[in-house]
Design a protein around this ligand. Structure first.
Ligand code: DAH
Length: 350
């Protein structure tokens, strides 16, 4: 009778458990079988009414049922809970903490800034200080102080944007301001405020009303250099610029100086480096010359010192170079517009 009763209960529990779909129903099943008024308690209450020799067996069986049901309920609970998590993940967006993350995209300096820093760094090793000047300039500093008087033909080669001082201003020289067309105006500005000896480089933005194409833009960057020391000579200029060229383009870089004309230097020269693409053999980039023009330079003209209020005995050397041009040569970039278009596919390469 006892065995029979237990077998029925066991079978009933298994059947009902198999149908359970959620935690609430599972809890109800626990109450029905293991609760204070549940099937197990009912079985226990039968103990006094069975024959004394049967009582231990009944007790033992009741114990066994209790243990096996408790275990079965627990594993069912775990099963339902994990099913619940999977279902919840299906509804929400899955966030798998074990997947490798996406590294945040780090920004970096623009190539122009990197090249400016590199060039300034090379000159700093030779005792130069970096200074900056205004982009809105007076015609005096951009032209006259640099020995480019109003009627001088070379004024045209420094084509300039003029800025009106007021709405009624006609925007013509000489009262107007202008956007500096080179970094050279900082030569006289600096000399007016400082006593020699000094070595400076002046990086900065300059403007010229050029139509935009692969090698021209209305806005670009230059670095100016000025050394004012008692006995400085053209030989020092060559030495400094050779050091720069080898530091920037590589230690085996060849250089040459060609006579040139700039109003603010006498003598003046342009410096070329051996073409870094064809190693001097002649190619499309160097126009089959084997040389690339990189900068203008010379011995500072006495008129420039005069404009700065310096004595006639002062000696100095100067140079100026275009950042975009030199960056294009070094990195094989064939269009100046790349620097200003902010295309990340370009910027990420440097
Ligand atoms: N200012 C000149 C230009 O924009 C470059 C230059 C040439 C600067 C010779 C100098 C120099 O200081 O000595 O084309």
């Amino acid at each position: 009778m006892i065995d029979e009763k237990c077998a029925i209960l066991r079978e009933r529990f298994d059947r009902e458990l198999a149908l359970i779909q959620d935690l609430q129903a599972l809890e109800q099943l626990r109450i029905n079988f293991l609760g204070r008024k549940g099937a197990l308690q009912e079985l226990m209450r039968m103990i006094p009414s069975v024959a004394p020799e049967e009582r231990p067996r009944l007790g033992q069986q009741a114990n066994e049922l209790k243990n096996s049901w408790t275990q079965a309920l627990e594993s069912k609970q775990v099963e339902l809970m994990s099913q619940g998590v999977v279902a919840a993940l299906g509804q929400k967006r899955v966030f798998d903490v074990t997947l490798p993350g996406h590294p945040p995209a780090l920004g970096h300096q623009h190539l122009i800034t990197q090249v400016v820093d590199e060039i300034v760094g090379i000159f700093e090793r030779m005792g130069f200080a970096a200074v900056e000047g205004p982009e809105i300039e007076e015609p005096f500093y951009n032209f006259d102080a640099l020995n480019i008087p109003a009627d001088h033909p070379s004024r045209e080669s420094f084509d300039t944007f003029f800025v009106k001082k007021s709405a009624s201003d006609t925007g013509t020289e000489p009262d107007a301001y202008l956007l500096r067309s080179h970094t050279s105006p900082m030569q006289v500005r600096y000399m007016q405020k400082h006593k020699p000896p000094f070595r400076i480089v002046v990086p900065g933005r300059v403007y010229r009303p050029d139509a935009v194409d692969a090698s021209h833009c209305f806005q670009f960057h230059q670095i100016e250099g000025l050394v004012v020391e008692p006995d400085v000579t053209f030989a020092d200029l060559k030495g400094l610029l050779a050091f720069f060229a080898r530091g920037f383009f590589g230690s085996s870089t060849r250089i040459r100086f060609r006579p040139h004309f700039f109003p603010f230097t006498e003598p003046s020269a342009e410096m070329d480096v051996g073409c870094i693409f064809c190693r001097g053999l002649g190619c499309r980039v160097c126009g089959q010359k084997g040389w690339l023009e990189v900068l203008g330079s010379g011995v500072v003209h006495p008129h420039v010192f005069k404009a700065a209020g310096y004595s006639g005995k002062t000696r100095g050397i100067a140079f100026g170079l275009g950042i975009e041009r030199i960056a294009m040569l070094k990195h094989g970039i064939d269009d100046i517009r790349c620097f200003f278009e902010n295309d990340l596919r370009f910027l990420h390469q440097f």
